[in-house]
Ligand binder design. Structure first.
Ligand code: ASP
Length: 305
């Protein structure tokens, strides 16, 4: 694996290897001394052109736990603000001998473009537009693996599918690993030609909940909505597509709740569900660090790879 650009580019075997490697790092992160200097001497640069709490921090912590030097660069504080192109920024970072450039960008394909032009170093996609978010899905797969695995499971992904890179990465993962995905959204938040994805599509959340093993709630991505007229109001959205305690009570016994964050409480998920026993939201965050450790080790080499 030279780069991690998307789940699309990975084989089932590579995905499973990354998940298993990530799981082997879980214990390390729970120790009082959270260090395994496998990547000592390596440089990881986080280049974020879009806001992020979980992903950026998680890559930073992952790199530091492995002993790498981690540098964070946000577009606002960089020469991008002065008009430098994305490629020039990337080439500059390469000239400083970065081993891994982790990039988040609002344009789909931005990490792929950089990867094509860099002779050295690895590129990791930390979310590109509405295209892919591979490390989120690796974190989710670690979470599913810790809860009995994904085999034979049905995951209902609910909400703003049209703008969700997480949903797209799950679609790729589900094809490769064989779990079932249901897409659930109002027609206005479903991508064009959604039938091409080859999975079940629901516009009725209550119908989609029936028989689902996991309810995966998505944030309404207001920053990507060209017009806000895709549903009447956030209140009505919550009534039709919000996961409430009453709705969850009608789900299959043991049904799990996931969300990639950041959550809009009271919109796609009620607080009592977000904080309830079925919620794996904070586990996803914890597993995200381990997943990113696995990715960095796989790309940079090191004893654990
Ligand atoms: N954190 C995820 C992403 O960056 C989901 C979201 O922002 O709603 O795609």
């Amino acid at each position: 694996m030279r780069h991690l650009l998307g789940i699309q580019e990975l084989s089932a075997e590579e995905i499973c290897k990354l998940v298993e490697l990530a799981r082997s790092f879980l214990a390390l992160s729970r120790r009082p001394v959270k260090k395994a200097p496998i990547l000592r001497g390596k440089t990881v640069i986080n280049l974020f052109f879009e806001p992020s709490t979980r992903t950026r921090t998680s890559f930073e912590i992952a790199g530091k736990r492995l002993g790498a030097d981690v540098v964070n660069l946000s577009a606002k504080a960089s020469a991008v603000e002065k008009g430098e192109t994305l490629l020039d920024t990337a080439r500059t970072l390469q000239a400083m001998n970065a081993d891994v450039i982790v990039i988040r960008h609002r344009l789909a394909g931005a990490p792929h473009l950089i990867a094509q032009h860099l002779a050295r170093g690895a590129v990791v996609n930390a979310g590109d537009g509405a295209h892919e978010h591979p490390t989120q899905v690796l974190a989710d797969l670690v979470t599913l693996a810790e809860h009995g695995g994904w085999e034979g499971k049905t995951i209902a992904i609910v909400g703003d599918i049209a703008h969700s890179r997480v949903a797209r990465s799950h679609l790729w993962a589900s094809r490769k690993l064989g779990y079932r995905v249901r897409l659930v959204a109002p027609k206005t938040l479903l991508p064009a030609e959604v039938e091409r994805f080859g999975c079940e599509v629901f516009t009725d959340l209550d119908a989609a909940i029936e028989g689902a093993d996991v309810l995966y709630m998505l944030r309404v991505q207001t920053e990507r909505l060209e017009s806000r007229a895709l549903f009447p109001s956030l209140r009505e959205y919550h009534e039709a597509y919000g996961l409430t305690k009453a709705r969850l009570a009608r789900a299959k016994k043991g049904c799990l709740v996931m969300h990639p964050g950041p959550m809009n409480r009271g919109v796609e998920i009620a607080s009592e569900v977000a904080d309830g026993l079925a919620s794996l939201v904070l586990e996803q965050v914890e597993h995200g660090v381990a997943a990113r450790m696995a990715v960095l080790v796989s790309l940079c080499g090191g004893e654990a790879s």
